[in-house]
Design a binder for this molecule. Structure first.
Ligand code: PEP
Ligand code: MG
Length: 551
């Protein structure tokens, strides 16, 4: 039997599963037999014990994990939350029930905010569980102990669990909830963990079941045959060999150079990306500087961060994206309007233009950082819909001293007018995540329409092809920086459609490098034509794979 989910990366794992223990049941809503003051002491002790435990685990983990765990520990002692628990206790509730209700209310508020904030809601569920387990004197549900390697199955993972995974023992991860942009998926990509998220059918798996976790095909194969297992083990060995191969530039078999670049969310990942062979940065997402802030950081503070990253890539190309706030990345100081369809609202360049001071400051900080370092800095604007917006951004960036300015192709309108857009931009970079969302009219954050979020769809590929053709005609570089570039076979098709560079999570570089080496530019074009001729995403993928296997 096969269980469908959303594969993260290209890995394969074979092993027996262990489930994360089920969460504590919801505490009964009954009046406490204790006095409110006594319950209040119990709740306070449990909250501070959980905060202290997270702090200790954070210190043991160090690095980024420590930041995640300390942020969670702070949430446990948030004054607004404690006040809410106290108010509920004064109405006679038990500490367990009051904690449960207060965390649930806090979580619903975050959910209501949508996007990035909603993704943090899982952290609150985890905290609530830990506090209730502490009150019950039970062990918190967490990663099971094992001496043998195993595939972990969980509803979802909280940051506290993910950062402490022992990657020598955890062969892979299957979650029954969560989507491709959830915290778990992001961490799985970062740690190169073989993972499938959103596999609702995984709830039927029991401890000890043997499975093949095939992230490349987005399926979990249960009770696999011996043939299927040995084929999977061969793929695992081949992938390990690719990862161990010496890193070098992205080259097609005929020697055509397709630079392979890294997508980075902050400067911390730069050294690892360079070690994995990134020839530069194709997408530096700058949101991290803004998302937790209550006002925009100063030019000086931004400049420090940009310089830190540019120094890691001296002499290499680094494409920085201007702040892309709104929709899945809400930012109150830029846009606090209550929008019914935020993905179609004031996001990306639209909101930056409405607060031009913030855009000018960011471009000034980038120009200063460029002047102080030796990288080849390019800047681009997200969510551009018109030729006029392109001209606005490119002219502003040039006037502030930035040499190379372009736009992201994320909205079908600019792909359809790529010739006119590229006439006034230095380059374009195709964001296939948003381009797919807008072409298929399917919210990329919504699990119920996740199956539409497939960049193999020929309509998306046709838009990529139109952009590639315009780039070739005008001699302008066309990058691809959405998740599509990390799919080894699709990467070949994208090159065949005219992409001149590909940018992806650093963990995908080895697979894509190896795949490109298997095809000439002419063959990539033939595969692109086959994918374009299909009726839908699945048939495009299947027809291309069948043709590729004959080359
Ligand atoms: C994209 O939309 O493809 C992209 C790279 O940007 P983000 O995923 O950050 O929206
Ligand atoms: Mg985007």
């Amino acid at each position: 039997m096969e269980i469908q989910g959303i594969g993260i990366g290209q890995g394969v794992a074979v092993g027996r599963i262990l489930r994360m223990p089920d969460p504590q049941p919801e505490p009964a809503d009954r009046l406490s037999l204790r006095q409110p003051a006594e319950e209040s002491v119990r709740a306070a002790q449990a909250l501070s014990a959980v905060a202290a435990e997270l702090g200790v685990r954070g210190q043991a983990a160090g690095g980024a994990a420590q930041d995640v765990l300390e942020a969670q520990a702070m949430m446990a002692e948030d004054p607004a939350l404690v006040a809410d628990i106290t108010a509920r206790l004064s109405r006679g509730k038990t500490a367990e029930r009051a904690t449960f209700e207060a965390f649930a209310a806090f979580r619903d508020t975050l959910h209501g905010l949508g996007g990035y904030m909603a993704e943090r809601a899982a952290d609150l569920d985890d905290l609530s569980q830990r506090v209730i387990a502490h009150l019950a004197g039970a062990a918190p549900s967490g990663v099971p102990e094992s001496r043998e390697p195993f595939i972990l199955v969980a509803r979802d993972l909280a940051p506290a669990d993910t950062v402490l995974l022992n990657l020598d023992l955890v062969l892979g991860l299957i979650t029954s909830s969560g989507g491709p942009t959830s915290h778990t998926a992001i961490l799985a990509r970062e740690k190169s963990l073989v993972a499938i998220v959103g596999a609702a059918g995984a709830t039927s798996l029991v401890d000890g079941d043997e499975v093949i976790l095939d992230a490349a095909r987005s399926v979990v194969v249960t009770t696999p045959s011996d043939e299927a297992k040995s084929a999977a083990l061969t793929r695992i060995a081949e992938r390990a060999a690719r990862a161990a191969a010496p890193v070098g530039p992205g080259l097609l078999s005929d020697g055509t150079h397709i630079p392979l670049l890294a997508n980075l969310g902050n400067a911390d990942g730069a050294a690892k990306a360079a070690a994995l062979g990134a020839e530069g940065v194709g997408l530096f997402r700058t949101e991290f500087l803004f998302l937790d802030a209550t006002s925009a950081p100063s030019v000086g503070a931004q400049q420090v961060e940009y310089e830190r990253m540019l120094r890691e890539f001296a002499g290499k190309k680094v494409v920085v994206r201007a702040l892309d706030a709104g929709a899945d990345k809400p930012l109150a100081f830029l846009n606090d309007a209550d929008e019914e369809n935020p993905a179609l609202g004031m996001r990306g360049l639209r909101s930056l233009r409405a607060a031009e001071g913030i855009l000018r400051d960011q471009l000034t900080a980038l120009a200063n950082a460029d002047a102080a370092t030796d990288a080849d800095l390019w800047v681009m604007a997200p969510m551009v819909a018109t030729v006029e917006e392109t001209r606005y951004f490119v002219d502003l960036a040039h006037s502030l001293g930035l040499k190379t300015a372009g736009i992201m192709v994320e909205i079908p309108a600019v792909a359809l007018l790529a010739d006119r857009v590229l006439a006034c931009a230095d380059f374009a970079s195709i964001g296939t995540n948003d381009l797919t969302q807008y072409t298929l009219a399917a919210d990329r954050m919504l699990g119920s329409v996740a199956s539409y979020q497939d960049p193999w769809h020929p309509a998306v590929l046709r838009l990529v092809g139109a952009t590639g053709a315009a780039g070739a005609a005008l001699g302008k570089p066309i990058g691809v920086c959405g998740e599509a570039a990390a799919d080894p076979l699709l990467a070949v098709v994208l090159v065949g459609l005219g992409a001149t560079s590909l940018s992806m999570s650093a963990s995908a570089l080895a697979d894509v490098r190896s795949s490109l080496a298997g095809y000439s530019l002419e063959q990539a074009r033939q595969l692109a034509a086959i994918a374009l001729a299909a009726d839908g995403a699945a048939s495009a993928r299947a027809a291309t794979a069948a043709a590729a296997s004959t080359f």
